[in-house]
Every structure is written in structure tokens, then in C-alpha cells.
Ligand binder design. Structure first.
Ligand code: FEO
Ligand code: CA
Ligand code: CA
Ligand code: CA
Length: 510
């Protein structure tokens, strides 16, 4: 029971120094293994692990029987995007075949893994599968069948799969983030822009259940989905829109979780209320066309109504959010809920428009400690920069003790002030209580031109699963590789991979 366990006020490891080494660096006493590299065949029908691993979900293999195995699980791995140079071997004048290879390299892998003798291995399982840019999915919620999507109820694929979340009933929420560039990149593939940019629910235990795009949760650059259950049993999902000057949202289901009815729970995210955070007055503003006059009264520069229906509101959730007083913030990346205190932590990664290169982590507490409340109080938890040693916080995760861990994303910032002190992207540990609360301790450092993403622990706290995303991304050609991390023996092309890190003592009750 995590609530009975004391969080640490000092790290359980000796922090590592910054480095630009082309490897995964971890403290003494810890070791890592590659578990699911890009290209590894893992399904009976010969499908491969996808590219650019991001969010990882850990679903104990015995979860539906009430178990909590830490050594046998279905992992879900998001594959955020494909690098044309590495996946197709070419970036210009790509052939139809190359584009289709990219479309098969994105999406989600569902992978059965097991630990024995201290080693993790992928094991055969009928539920091992790939969901990619071709997989058939159902559009659900208010946008389903609407004129805006030309009446579509079934769509193809999931793309831009960044972070995500796990529901209490054992499904994955995968978040479609940077979906904008695909119309051009995959021209001629039948790709439809409005079919992407949603939160998509996938059941790793039930391959026959068609994945469902939850349009009631709005369309934006969905970074993440932090799921919890409010006092009255309704499901609450916190979500960020990862763009400069975009907002933080939450979705509250209409129905309540019934622990004895998984089938009914799987439909809960179909119907509910979407809110946006106003950090000025600490309130959640409702994004419902019929019940919020501000949406009905909103006018564009031409004097015409911005929205005429809930479908309009959901399709442009960003404009709707601003119309009802949502606060634009500095690129909300991951959001996580503290397992002991219930506080909600938000990584605001950076915003070059405001000269905020280093970012910060904030936290808020809902009124009455009720996640369904419409008021909250917030504060700054940690600020990036040369003093604290980190910059550009991206994914967050709590270990079972209530300690916060964070990985950085300093990609695409060019020659910015971060390079002077940061080194390669890293993973940090933060105590959340006591005198050291908010202090950053460096735990791991990724290889060259990589991000560490998707951290998640096994329930016993002994294994940390971590993705090494886009090593060598800035390589201009296959002859000028900046990294060879994870390359197959005898080759040099770097491979994104999932790693398993061992050496944690597991959690003591304190
Ligand atoms: Fe895919 Fe906002 O990170
Ligand atoms: Ca992210
Ligand atoms: Ca997370
Ligand atoms: Ca990222």
C-alpha cells in the first residue's frame, strides 16, 4: 500500500555527472539491458517492434484476475514517429514502399515480457500485436459520424503517440500529439488529419476490441492522460496540449467506475465533461457548447460565431479553451498524480516565445482533495536552469514511494543556453516532501541526440522500464551518424529501444 510507505528525502543512488557519452549512463550498482529494440520480431505473424519508443504502460499479466505481478506483464510501447533516414534509408524522393514502412513503424506495440533469473525477455503471446497507421479504429463520442469528418465512424491508424496513461480497468490511453506534419509527409496514403489528434483507448488484454478514439476529450496536441477516480467514482483524466501558450485540461466522466463490470468501465470515457484550467483564479472552465454561454458568444475577427456546436468546440479545443478563460502556459508536457497526497504535477517544458528555455514543474491541489472539483490551488515545485541542473522537463512518473522522477527533452532548441550546463538528455529524481523537496538529482543520462522517455516501474519498484528515443536523430546521413547506440551487431544504424534497469532495492514499508 503506497500510502503506508515513507517517501525518501535523499536519493537511493549516487547521482551521476553530466556527459555527452554515446551510451546510457546509470549510477554504480545499477545495470540495464535492451529489451525491445526497433525491428525485433515479436508477433506470430512476423511484426516488428516500432520506432522511437515513448510512453510505456505496465499491465501485470494477472491484472484481470486481481493480481499485481511484477515479473510477468503486457507492456504497451508508444512509437511516436519514424525517422525517414533510419526507417527508409532515405529522406528525399521516398518511394511508396518507404512511406508504408514508416506507417508501419509508428503506433503502439503490445508485448508480453517476463523476468526470470534477473533477465527480462519478450515471450510469445497471442495478444502480442502492433497497432500502426493502418490499423482500423472506431471514432466515438460527439464527433463520430459528424459532417466535419464526412460521417466517418471508422478511421485508420493512430499516429504521434507520445505519452499516455493506464485506466483502473486495465486499458491503455495513447495520446496523439504531433499529428500535423503527416498530411504532407504521407501524401497519397489516404491519411486524414481530423482522424488524428485524439486520446485513443486500446485494450491490451482483448485484441478483438476495436481501439476507440475518445473525441469527447477534445482534439489538440495530446501529450498525456493522467487517470484517477474521484471520491464519487467518476473517472478524471488530466491532459496537456503540448504547444507554446496552450492549456491544461481535465475530463470528468458522467458514469462511475464499477469494479465488478469491466465491460461497462471500458465505455466510461465515451461520455463526460471537458474542462480547461484557469491558473489566474484557480478554476476549471467547462467546455460545453450548450452549457457555457462564452462558447455560444465567441466571435472571430470577422464577427462570425467561432463555434456553432459541441463538435466545433471539440475539434478546436485550443480556441475553445481560450474563449472560456483557459490560461496559456509554457508547453504542458506530462502530468502525474502523487500516489500519497493526490496533488497533480505538471511539467511545463519551455517556451522560447517568453525566453523560458529551462521550464518548470508546478503542482496543484483540488478543492477538498476531490479530483472532480472545479477549484484548485497551485504552486511552483521546481524550476529548471543552471542552478537546479535540469532543463525542459518532459515525462514524469512517481515511484510507489511517492518520489518524483522526470526525464528531459532538450531537442530542437538549437544553440540555446541549455547546452552550456546540461549534457545529453537525462533522468532526474526529486524528493516531493521534506527539506530537499524539489531538488533534482541526476539518475541517468541518454546517448547522443536521444531522449529518455516513458519511464514506468514494476509494481514492486525493482525494475524501471525506460525508452531510449531517437538516438542519433541529428545525423545528416548514414555516413555521418552522431550515434550508433543500440545498433545490431555488425551494423551502425542506431536503434531506439526499451531498456529494463535493475538494481533498485524494491520498496520497504516505512
Ligand atoms: Fe511528444 Fe510533447 O512530447
Ligand atoms: Ca513528451
Ligand atoms: Ca508519465
Ligand atoms: Ca519529448
Amino acid at each position: 500500500d503506497p500510502r503506508k510507505v515513507n517517501p525518501r528525502t535523499v536519493p537511493p543512488f549516487r547521482p551521476v555527472d553530466t556527459t555527452n557519452a554515446d551510451t546510457l549512463t546509470v549510477p554504480g550498482g545499477y545495470r540495464w539491458q535492451m529489451l525491445a529494440p526497433w525491428g525485433e520480431v515479436f508477433t506470430a505473424d512476423g511484426r516488428e517492434i516500432g520506432f522511437n519508443h515513448d510512453y510505456v504502460g505496465f499491465f501485470p499479466a494477472d491484472l484481470l484476475e486481481g493480481g499485481r505481478s511484477s515479473t510477468d506483464a503486457l507492456l504497451t510501447i508508444n512509437h511516436e514517429y519514424a525517422n525517414a533516414l533510419f526507417v527508409g534509408g532515405n529522406t528525399k524522393d521516398r518511394t511508396r514502399e518507404q512511406i508504408e514502412a514508416e506507417m508501419r513503424a509508428v503506433g503502439v506495440s503490445v508485448v508480453r515480457v517476463r523476468k526470470s533469473g534477473g533477465e527480462w525477455k519478450i515471450v510469445p503471446d497471442p495478444r502480442n500485436r502492433r497497432l500502426d497507421a493502418f490499423t482500423e479504429m472506431e471514432l466515438t463520442g460527439p464527433v463520430r459520424g459528424s459532417a466535419a469528418v464526412k460521417g466517418a465512424t471508422r478511421v485508420r491508424g493512430t499516429v504521434g503517440n507520445c505519452s499516455g496513461g493506464q485506466t483502473p480497468w486495465g486499458t491503455l490511453l495513447t495520446c496523439e500529439e504531433n499529428v500535423d506534419g503527416y498530411t504532407k509527409a504521407w501524401a497519397g496514403s489516404g491519411y486524414e488529419a481530423l482522424h488524428q489528434g485524439w486520446v485513443t483507448e486500446i485494450d491490451p488484454f482483448d485484441p478483438a476490441w476495436m481501439p476507440k478514439k475518445r473525441t469527447g476529450m477534445g482534439r489538440f496536441r495530446h501529450e498525456n492522460a493522467a487517470v484517477t477516480v474521484a471520491k464519487d467514482g467518476r473517472v478524471v483524466v488530466y491532459m496537456g496540449d503540448d504547444m507554446q501558450d496552450a492549456c491544461v485540461y481535465k475530463f470528468v466522466s458522467r458514469g462511475k467506475v464499477d469494479p465488478a463490470n469491466r465491460r461497462a468501465n471500458r465505455e466510461l470515457l465515451e461520455d463526460g465533461d471537458l474542462y480547461v484550467a484557469n491558473f489566474g483564479n484557480g478554476t476549471w472552465a467547462l467546455l460545453d457548447y450548450a452549457r457555457n454561454k462564452k462558447l455560444q458568444e465567441a466571435r472571430g475577427a470577422d464577427g462570425k460565431p467561432l463555434f456553432t456546436s459541441q463538435v466545433d468546440v471539440l475539434l478546436d479545443a485550443r480556441a475553445s479553451a481560450l474563449a472560456v478563460g483557459g490560461t496559456p502556459v509554457d508547453r504542458p508536457e506530462d502530468i502525474e498524480i502523487h500516489p500519497r497526497t493526490g496533488e497533480v504535477y505538471v511539467a511545463l517544458t519551455n517556451n522560447s516565445k517568453h525566453g523560458n528555455y529551462f521550464g518548470q514543474i508546478i503542482r496543484f491541489r483540488e478543492e477538498g482533495d476531490d479530483w472532480a472539483a472545479t477549484d484548485f490551488l497551485w504552486e511552483v515545485f521546481a524550476v529548471g536552469g543552471p542552478q537546479s541542473g535540469f532543463a525542459s522537463p518532459d515525462n514524469l512518473v512517481f515511484d510507489p514511494y511517492g518520489n518524483l522522477w522526470m526525464v528531459t527533452d532538450n531537442s530542437d532548441l538549437g544553440t540555446n543556453p541549455i547546452k552550456a550546463f546540461h549534457g545529453n538528455n537525462a533522468m532526474f529524481f526529486f524528493p516531493t516532501e521534506g527539506g530537499n523537496a524539489g531538488r533534482a538529482y541526476r539518475f541517468a543520462i541518454g546517448p547522443v541526440d536521444a531522449e529518455l522517455t516513458g519511464p514506468v516501474w514494476s509494481p514492486d519498484g525493482k525494475t524501471l522500464f525506460l525508452s531510449v528515443q531517437h538516438p542519433g536523430e541529428d545525423s545528416e546521413s548514414l555516413d555521418t551518424l552522431t550515434s550508433t547506440f543500440g545498433a545490431k551487431p555488425g551494423t551502425r544504424v542506431p536503434r531506439p529501444t526499451l531498456v529494463a534497469i535493475e538494481g533498485f532495492p524494491g520498496w520497504r514499508e516505512g
